[in-house]
Design a protein around this ligand. Structure first.
Ligand code: ZN
Length: 139
């Protein structure tokens, strides 16, 4: 039994090959088939006629490491199709966080997420993203 069948779309698989008509079958959290399939047998059918169907996108330049700890489901990014973010860009990262930069991170991140307890040695919490990016030196 399929949980989801995305039917009638043009599959763009990221390989560089042109898009092709195909259906995408999902069981649990896995894509189990990418081929023309009948709708029968799927718990949910999504009509993708006229739409592109693609795997998640990678945001290669994100500063989400400052906000993901406060918004861990990243709904706005997921709704845009992003499934991976590269963080620690531009020489800035909240971890490891030096005592000199701690207040800057707290103040900046508080503009978009609820105030968090930033720990310079371990990030924010066990569920926070880890980044090894360097801290920007203070002037
Ligand atoms: Zn940047």
């Amino acid at each position: 039994m399929l949980d989801v069948l995305i039917k009638g779309g043009t599959v763009v698989d990221g390989s560089g090959a042109p898009g092709r008509p195909a259906d995408v079958a999902i069981a649990g959290d896995r894509v189990v088939a990418v081929e023309p399939l009948p709708a029968a047998g799927a718990a949910r059918v999504i009509d993708a006629t006229g739409l592109a169907v693609a795997p998640g996108f990678i945001d290669m330049h994100s500063h989400a490491d400052f906000v993901l700890p406060g918004l861990p489901t990243a709904d706005s990014k997921v709704h845009q199709g992003f499934t991976l973010e590269v963080v620690g860009n531009c020489g800035a990262s909240p971890a490891p966080l030096s005592p000199l930069g701690r207040q800057d991170v707290i103040d900046t991140s508080a503009l978009v997420v609820p105030p968090l307890e930033w720990d310079w040695r371990a990030g924010v919490s066990p569920t926070s993203p880890r980044s090894a990016g360097p801290r920007r030196p203070r002037p």
